[in-house]
Design a protein around this ligand. Sequence first.
Ligand SMILES: [Zn+2]
Ligand SMILES: [Zn+2]
Length: 218
Amino acid sequence: MKSVSVFDLLEEVHTCPHCKVRLTLCHAPPIHVGDGLGWGSEYLFICLNDECNLFASGWEHIENQYGHVGSYRYMKLPDSDESYNMMVAGKDAFTGSIVDPEQIKASNKRYRKEQEAIARLDTCVAEKNMEPLLYLLLNDHVALDVRKRAVGLLTELNDPACVEPLRNHDFKDTHLEQSVNMAISGILGANFIKECPFCAELVKVRAKICKHCQKELG
Ligand SMILES: [Zn+2]
Ligand SMILES: [Zn+2]
């Protein structure tokens, strides 16, 4: 099956043969209800019209046929002539999976930014460019192996300017947090500086008094 971008799908207009209302693009449920296989598509066009004949008359049919509560929604696979009457347990079965164009755009933008940052990992140390490293480390949606690589490069880059943004980030993964903390210790040590325990500013290891908060350092 050729892959069509979700942006193209959002432009496509398909109508329900039962009610003539435009079908809504939804994220496909993970499992094919009928046979346990995937849909072969991430997206489905579904008739979400509650007045649709198929849906309105389905309740009685399912009650009589199977003795439980449910009805049918008409659905069509993108890029295919296949369509199904899909059994649903209630009115809201698909309202949570409607494709939100704004959300798609945002995640697409995020994905592109992430790819750009990853592409720059090979050269960022030579270029003394911390920006891609911080972007990848401070975004929790980025894959863990990529972020771990970024931590290693951060140590090579050895720029104490990374300390503040990293300290301010709440790392969800404790292993990653540990390696970040180790990288910070390494960078501080290599630059002969430490964090003031009172004001958190960076001061010389040899300093007896913090130049920022004037407190006495042990
Ligand atoms: Zn319909
Ligand atoms: Zn201080």
